[in-house]
Design a binder for this molecule. Sequence first.
Ligand code: ATP
Ligand code: MG
Length: 286
Amino acid sequence: MLSDKFLVKPGKEIDLSKIPTSNSFDHKKEETKKLLKQNVKRMFELQNKLYAQNKYSVLIIFQAMDAAGKDSTIKNVMSGLNPQGTQVYSFKQPSAEEHDHDYLWRIHKAIPERGRIGIFNRSHYEDVLVVRAHYIIKNQNLPEKTLTKDIWQRRFRQIRDFEKQLYENGTVIIKFFLHVSKEEQKKRFLKRIDKESKNWKFSAADIDERKFWDDYQKCYEEAIAATSLKHSPWFIIPADQKWFMQLAVSQIITEQLEQLDISYPKLSKEELNKLEDCRKQLLDEK
Ligand code: ATP
Ligand code: MG
């Protein structure tokens, strides 16, 4: 199972520099399209049951450095799902209203409804990543006394509690860190500059962010290690080859959904009798 291969085991320390950003499997690029298609088909079937059963919701979180391929992964892996049962949220810099609430407020509002698959493009993890790497916590209007050194540890605890509460109320959480190398990011940025159709994806600010690479990696290591739990696991996916990354993500989502007890609702005897009655009425129509 790819889930086992890329899972971050709870309590394990992480050194991202030692985790490959490149595919280390035998999969060939040519086979991938077929396998990805199969996974998407399977996900579609599971989604149908999830929707009909209306008990669980599934939250899939994507976090990554810029240009790691969050957008294209979301597009390719989710494109075969039923849009009616899917919700995608992209979290940007918080608004003034959002800053006037705790950082989980906007997140909680965006949690998928029962029966739905929700996708987060960035998430509450930004509040222990970008906010930590740039120390912009002062923007969050918190009481001074909360701004102590252990604020990140406290946030990790808050996030663990929050995710556990979601889990205990029927939300299944799957978290992906798309692990791209600094070299590959450079190539992708250059492509965005060179190719007219990709220019819109590039912003000069991306270059400034790149200077914080090491800080970000450290923040990611700590955040992922502190928040990968059995009920809300992190998976670190090599992202230098997009085709492999997309296959791995689709495979892991399928594997995780298959572990759930999702099925079409079973009708009671009375309900079945009622159906029979309705059939008769329809057939007897003049
Ligand atoms: P793309 O890959 O297309 O650039 P993106 O996810 O980077 O997509 P942008 O609009 O470029 O989208 O960036 C959103 C920005 O919002 C990111 O720089 C992210 O770090 C920032 N952001 C998200 N959540 C928070 C937060 N809670 N506090 C501060 N900044 C945040
Ligand atoms: Mg960006």
